[in-house]
Design a protein around this ligand. Structure first.
Ligand code: SF4
Ligand code: SF4
Length: 131
């Protein structure tokens, strides 16, 4: 399974190789989708790949050094408004939008909620759910 989380690392642990250690310990693969490293806090968006038990263990380990929040689903394509222009496709950083038989398909499991598609859509066909 795949799980995406926001992760805030406490100041005292910002120099610790937490991600590498948790990967080695749990064998859960972690992609860093976004990172902001500052002296007093690090913020990461992580994608965890593995079986559900291992992901649970990895999250427990990560919680020893900071706080975690699930990445929620934040957008939805309004198919009635969408004109399948394709403008959103190239602006998606994680390739969550594709074209199939001239139709635009959103993969919400891949979406990281960046809202680039909302900004570029000329038809206001992407709704923001969490604001
Ligand atoms: S919100 Fe971002 S990641 Fe999600 S589909 Fe739109 S462009 Fe892609
Ligand atoms: S930019 Fe908007 S109208 Fe164009 S394909 Fe994407 S969601 Fe549909």
């Amino acid at each position: 399974m795949k799980k995406r989380i926001y992760y805030w690392v406490e100041e005292k642990y910002t120099n610790k190789p937490i991600i590498s250690e948790v990967i080695l310990e749990t064998k859960v693969m972690m992609n860093i989708l976004t990172a902001r490293i500052e002296p007093n806090e690090s913020f990461l968006m992580l994608e965890l790949n593995g079986n559900s038990e291992d992901i649970k263990t990895a999250i427990q380990r990560l919680l020893n050094y900071g706080e975690i929040e699930d990445v929620s689903k934040s957008i939805k394509q309004n198919e009635d408004k969408c004109i399948d222009c394709g403008a959103c496709v190239v602006h998606c950083p994680v390739k969550a939008i594709s074209v199939e038989d001239y139709k635009i398909i959103f993969d919400y499991d891949e979406c990281i909620g960046c809202k680039n598609c909302v900004k570029v859509c000329p038809a206001n066909a992407v709704e923001v759910l969490d604001e």
